[in-house]
Every structure is written in structure tokens, then in C-alpha cells.
Write a protein that binds this ligand. Structure first.
Ligand code: GTB
Length: 221
């Protein structure tokens, strides 16, 4: 069966590849699997049909026959387990690659999300302004550590893996902040990820959703 994922019909990132379906699309492209996308509105994600797939009412979801998954970590791992492009076959390198997936999601992404929330949701408050430097320091601490680990290597642990796919996806959210420019090896690492043909195909596909949606929104007015 061809798997189906969900994505926003009108993504708040305006096709910049920052919504969570992008990392799943990228994994599917690396695996070379065809896939279908069901576009949903924000409202639909809170309705019964979608909640049956995703208890927290978010995108993306993943359906393949009677298998339904949510959470990008789980979805990408499921895909990666079936292709050596994303997970080495040997047990120890495979465990290390999975470790990096968890590190991306559990150690690096939380301060980045906290930063995004602080800038977008909390900046109108005096306490939000006061808190921002602390939040940025926490992001910088993780970037410093990650940069030290990566050093001159191309990828985090040997060959490119799902760990890199997840880490690059997480770091991209910081692009507009300028913080990545302080760590040239991380900026180059992200550029390596983005230059992968699978990344480019995934990016083009999600951008097309936004541009075609924008065209039809314009022609409807
Ligand atoms: N932990 C979940 C996962 O990894 O799958 C998180 C999924 C998630 O947050 N999905 C978002 C969602 O459905 C879509 S990507 N939110 C609705 C809700 O929680 O009610 C969100 C997104 C939008 C815009 C940017 N951006 O512009 O940078 C980044 C991410």
C-alpha cells in the first residue's frame, strides 16, 4: 500500500519547510517510497475524524493499511527501519543513529521551541522580554555542544542517517534567528542536509502545496 500522510492545506510557515510534515516527506523521499498527502485545515485537526488518528490533534499523521502513526519521531523511525539509507543495518551504528534522533527531539528541539514560543507568543509581555535572553542562552548552549561534537565531520555519527535528518530538521527552525551563523560548521551541516536530492524533492512538494493554495485563494477573491 502507498502510505498517506497529513499536512496543513495552508501551513503557517508559508512553505518554508518548517512544518512537521517536512521531515516525514524527507524520510519518505530518502527511502524512495511513493506517498500520498491528505491536506487538512487547522479546524479539521481538532475534529473527530482526525483525532481518531492523532489524539493531540496535530499533523502529521501516517497511515499505511491498518497501521496509523503520529509523532514525527515515531514515523521517521518506522520509515528508517526499512531502509539502510536512513539506518545502518549493523546493530551498534543503528543504535547510535537512533540515539541522535532522540537527541534531536528531546535535547535540541525543546529549547528551540521554547525560543520560538518566547518570540511569537510571549514577546508582548514584559516578563517575556525579560526571559528572552535566558531562552537564547539555552539554545546557544546546545548549539555550542552540538558544534563541538560535529567538529569537521560531515554527519553526526559516520554516514548520513535518520539522526541527521531529524537534527537538520530541528535546527532549520533557527535559520531566521541568525544564531546558526555563530557556528559555521552547523550552518555547513544544515546546508549539506538541504542539498540532498531527497530533501529538495520533499521541500518542493510542500512548497507546491502552499503556492497552489495561494493561487486558488487569490483566484477565489
Ligand atoms: N511532537 C509532534 C511531532 O513531532 O509530530 C509535534 C507536531 C506539531 O507540533 N505539529 C504542528 C501542529 O499540528 C504542525 S507543525 N500544530 C497544531 C496544534 O498543535 O494544535 C507547526 C509549525 C508551524 C510553523 C512553523 N514555523 O513557521 O516555523 C513551524 C512548525
Amino acid at each position: 500500500m502507498i502510505p498517506t500522510i497529513t499536512a496543513f492545506a495552508c501551513s503557517p510557515d508559508r512553505g518554508r519547510g518548517l512544518a512537521r510534515d517536512m521531515r516525514v516527506r524527507w524520510a519518505l523521499e530518502e527511502a524512495g517510497w511513493p506517498y500520498e498527502v491528505r491536506l487538512v485545515s487547522f479546524k479539521e485537526t481538532k475534529e473527530t475524524g482526525h483525532l481518531a488518528l492523532h489524539p493531540f490533534g496535530q499533523i502529521p499523521t501516517y497511515e499505511d493499511g491498518d497501521l496509523v502513526l503520529f509523532e514525527t519521531g515515531s514515523i521517521v523511525l518506522h520509515i528508517a527501519e526499512q531502509t539502510p539509507v536512513l539506518l545502518p543495518r549493523a546493530a551498534k551504528p543503528r543504535a547510535r543513529a537512533i540515539t541522535w534522533m532522540f537527541a534531536a527531539l528531546n535535547t535540541v528541539e525543546p529549547p528551540i521551541l521554547d525560543y520560538a514560543n518566547a518570540r511569537i507568543l510571549e514577546s508582548d509581555n514584559a516578563w517575556g522580554e525579560a526571559r528572552l535572553p535566558l531562552v537564547i542562552d539555552r539554545v546557544r548552549a546546545r548549539l555550542y555542544q552540538l558544534s563541538a561534537h560535529l567538529a569537521e565531520a560531515d554527519w553526526l555519527d559516520g554516514a548520513f542517517s535518520a539522526g541527521d535528518l531529524m537534527m537538520v530538521s530541528v535546527l532549520l527552525r533557527l535559520r531566521a534567528s541568525g544564531l546558526l551563523d555563530e557556528y559555521p560548521n552547523l550552518a555547513a551541516y544544515i546546508a549539506r542536509g538541504e542539498s540532498r536530492p531527497a530533501y529538495r524533492r520533499a521541500f518542493a512538494a510542500q512548497l507546491k502545496v502552499f503556492t497552489e493554495g495561494a493561487e486558488s485563494r487569490t483566484s477565489a477573491t
